[in-house]
Design a protein around this ligand. Structure first.
Ligand SMILES: Nc1nc2c(c(=O)[nH]1)N[C@H]1C(S)=C(S)[C@@H](COP(=O)(O)OP(=O)(O)OC[C@H]3O[C@@H](n4cnc5c(=O)[nH]c(N)nc54)[C@H](O)[C@@H]3O)O[C@H]1N2
Ligand SMILES: Nc1nc2c(c(=O)[nH]1)N[C@H]1C(S)=C(S)[C@@H](COP(=O)(O)OP(=O)(O)OC[C@H]3O[C@@H](n4cnc5c(=O)[nH]c(N)nc54)[C@H](O)[C@@H]3O)O[C@H]1N2
Ligand code: SF4
Ligand SMILES: [Mo]
Length: 715
């Protein structure tokens, strides 16, 4: 994809022509990219070939970074609201004026509630050192990331078993013999590197068992597809573990050395036979037996992916937990073709980036969302965002008066935006820092436009992994509008509040120099390739003695001390969800390969490729309701309703309907996206504060909707 003018020879700088190594920003995967700049314009985007696994590849969304950059339908200056919240009346403001406005309100909140009355949420991941430092300088513990509606159950399950977070477990798909995926739709809900490795592995004979109530494109590529009943994967795993123990095909040496709680596990799966699971999941008992024989032959090169978005219901923590237990039983940890624990720079004998948070005072206040104290099994490092909103609404355990949504759109990404607005309405100040008009920005008091990922630099990122690295997002072109990078915005607010010098850097290079101090890596080296790898080859610990599980026992804890302390079972009894009949269905959702959540539908190119989101419905159920393929149906949930086109198919479980996420935008300034399709989050009525107690994630796939034939449809 190009802006029209053919790029010069890549990798060679000449007058008017530059190559910049950076990171894609079209989704949060942050693939390494090479940007070709000609006469100050982005002429070409491709993967950064210095990262061999990515090569020049980008996905469609990554390639659509150029039309995103040159689209005018985004906030162009700071905006201050002049009418009621959400009313769409704004006045343009200078940065000085907007930052004074924000700082004055924050000062009022601090005077009344203390620093802890300020909350901030962001995307999490590689750049949070900045946002955590900003909040710490203000005396607030209330940093939260987006993950309660993403992978939080898998994250907290991983912590309880391996003592590390979910991103600290990497999957060597390339060398695996068998990959087991629970709704992990690897080739549509994609990360470029992983999707490439997966497709390559399949071509080389890797087997894939894909489990999903509907057949996604990944199901089409898999060796085996199991159409599981919605929200029942935990029963499936208990059945598989029962059979693994019965056939005695687990890795006895690995388990004896590295696993605790086998007696507890044996007891938990005593009666969960393949026949028992069949009545809950619909997957035939004999297939479970055959599957277990197969993975036993493929072990230890077998990966049970603990899921990401898996199925978010009140027991999905245990779906991830049992998948991770299966990895331990297969002995597939710290082995080629298995699960490799991420190494920090220190693990490979290098020094990590110096933290910005070390420059701010330590905050000792308890978190408003209860993570780490009221809910000891939740990681306090990133909290649980819906419980932050609960605190906002109720004032319990203390009031929250100001909230900054930075690179996060909770009115799209959390269920039931009408319920969420009730919490936001309690705020004295709501700020959105975004590159688009998000639903949340439209409801905010102030919109601060961040410069796009091609127009700005970020703090350096440190990525743990089999080969840890430092990576760079560098500025490729000048901002087209009156926008600023986040590090500058947060610095300026701290200045105005006299809140210390934690972010006092004149330039981003000065900030990077601080981060790189003592690492032996320079800014020039970062710029040369965009990524500096800290190990020559994937680093594996010695499986006999060296694996560093960060649990209290140093082993995989099937019976977890931390969960016991939290008063939670390590493996709860399976609780089946009620059967839905007549016109009721569980509402499932997911993504297409060309759309990122709510942020890409207005992209001039992606919008042209996107179809309206249809509603998948099973052939038999559709027939019983008199619904034909392509016909309009009325979908409703407690008063909220919408019309959608039916996609009638046998490739979905009869109790479920499925739709794509990210549609149903309401901001009128997004002329291409506004009004296109239907928003799943608005149909997840009453689910904002329903969550998995152990993991903290929103129980979104428990939402039940009614589907009826549109009265106007032809008989
Ligand atoms: N109903 C339902 N809810 C869901 C999901 C679903 O499928 N259905 N998916 C869930 C999942 S997996 C996730 S991860 C979350 C995602 O939820 P979010 O993290 O909120 O979603 P994104 O669209 O990735 O990004 C949020 C905002 O960041 C802005 N943004 C993008 N780039 C930049 C940038 O460079 N700077 C700044 N300042 N802002 C930027 C975007 O414009 C967007 O408004 O949603 C979850 N919620
Ligand atoms: N193109 C694109 N790629 C992306 C993103 C994007 O927005 N667009 N977002 C990225 C992000 S933030 C994330 S978290 C990942 C998400 O990656 P995935 O977790 O693979 O996410 P989804 O597309 O939400 O797919 C969820 C699948 O789970 C299935 N499902 C629903 N209920 C159940 C159940 O009970 N059991 C099982 N086994 N399956 C069930 C749904 O039918 C659906 O096919 O994708 C990442 N990649
Ligand atoms: S997966 Fe696609 S959109 Fe996401 S960072 Fe990579 S290239 Fe960009
Ligand atoms: Mo996500």
């Amino acid at each position: 994809m190009s802006s029209g003018k053919a790029p010069n020879v890549r990798g060679v700088d000449s007058p008017g022509h530059r190559t910049v190594y950076s990171m894609c920003g079209m989704c949060a995967t942050r693939c390494p990219i090479e940007v070709t700049v000609e006469d100050g314009r982005v002429a070409w985007l491709q993967g950064n070939p210095n990262d061999k696994a990515i090569g020049a590849s980008l996905c469609a969304r990554g390639a659509a970074g150029i039309p995103f950059e040159y689209d005018d339908e985004r906030p162009q200056t700071p905006l201050i609201r002049t009418g009621p919240r959400g009313g769409g009346q704004w006045r343009r403001a200078s940065w000085g004026e907007a930052l004074d406005y924000v700082s004055d309100k924050l000062r009022e909140v601090i005077a009344e509630m203390g620093g802890k009355g300020i909350a901030l949420s962001d995307r999490g991941g590689a750049f949070t050192d900045l946002t955590k430092t900003f909040l710490a300088a203000l005396g607030s513990p209330n940093y939260v990331d987006h993950d309660a509606s993403c992978g939080r159950n898998a994250h907290n399950a991983t912590r309880s078993l391996y003592g590390v977070g979910r991103t600290a477990v990497t999957f060597d798909i390339k060398n695996a013999k068998h990959v087991v995926l629970y709704g992990r739709n690897l080739i549509e809900s994609l990360k470029v590197k992983e999707a490439k490795e997966f497709m390559g592995a399949l071509a080389n004979g890797t087997r894939c068992t894909y489990i999903d109530p509907r057949a996604s494109l990944t199901a089409c590529k898999a060796t085996r597809y199991w159409r599981v009943r919605p929200n029942s994967d935990y029963a499936l795993n208990l059945g598989i573990i029962h059979e693994v123990l019965k056939q005695g095909v687990y890795d006895k040496e690995f388990v004896a050395r590295w696993v605790t709680g086998m007696d507890y596990l044996t007891e938990a799966v005593r009666d969960t036979t393949p026949e028992w699971q069949e009545q809950h999941t619909g997957i035939p008992a004999d297939e479970i037996r055959a599957f277990v024989r197969e993975i036993a032959a493929d072990a230890p090169h077998v990966i049970f992916h603990p899921g990401w978005m898996t199925a978010r219901h009140k027991q999905s923590f245990y779906v991830s937990r049992t998948a991770l237990i299966l990895n331990a039983l297969m002995g597939s940890i710290e082995v080629k073709g298995g699960c490799i624990l991420a190494k920090s720079p220190e693990d490979v004998g290098r020094k990590g980036l110096k933290k910005l948070t070390d420059r701010a005072p330590k905050v000792t206040e308890k978190r408003a969302d209860g993570a780490g104290w009221k809910h000891p099994s939740w990681d306090p490092a990133a909290g649980i965002v819906h419980q932050m909103f609960a605190a906002m609404e109720t004032g319990d355990p203390y009031p929250i008066g100001a909230y900054i949504a930075y690179r996060h759109d909770p009115l799209t990404s959390l269920p039931d935006p009408a319920a969420l607005k009730k919490a936001l309405d309690k705020l004295k100040l709501l700020v959105a820092i975004d590159v688009n008009y998000s639903e949340t920005a439209w409801y905010a008091d102030v919109i601060l436009p961040e410069s796009t990922y091609l127009e700005r630099a970020n703090v350096l990122a440190q990525n743990a992994g089999a080969k840890p690295n430092f990576s760079l997002r560098d500025q490729a072109v000048a901002p087209r509008f009156d926008s600023r990078p986040a590090w500058w915005i947060f610095r300026e607010i701290l200045h105005r509040l006299d809140a210390g010098d934690a972010l006092d850097f004149e330039t981003i290079e000065e900030l990077w120099d601080y981060q790189l101090e003592g690492t032996g890596v320079t800014v020039a080296q970062m710029r040369e390739k965009g990524i500096v790898s800290l190990a020559d080859a994937p680093f594996l610990w010695d499986r006999k003695e060296g694996i560093k599980f960060k649990t209290p026992s140093g082993k995989v804890e099937i019976e977890s001390e931390a969960l016991k302390k939290a008063g939670l079972p390590s493996l709860a009894p399976f609780e089946p969800m009620p059967k839905v009949t007549d016109d009721k269905f569980y509402l499932l959702f997911g993504r297409s390969a060309i759309i990122t959540h709510g942020q890409s539908l207005n992209n001039p190119v992606l919008n042209g490729m996107a179809l309206e989101n249809p509603l998948w419905i099973h052939t038999d159920r559709a027939r019983a309701l008199g619904i034909a393929d392509g016909e309009e149906v009325l979908i409703s949930s407690n008063g909220h309703s919408a019309y959608m086109k039916a996609h009638v198919t046998p490739w979905i479980h009869p109790e479920a309907v499925f739709m794509l996420h990210g549609y149903g935008r309401t901001v009128p300034l997004l002329t291409r996206a506004c009004g296109l399709g239907v928003a799943d989050q608005r149909l997840q009525h009453g689910k904002l504060y329903e969550f998995d107690l152990a993991g903290g994630g929103n129980a979104m796939t428990e939402a039940v909707v009614r589907v009826q034939r549109h009265q106007g449809a032809k008989a």
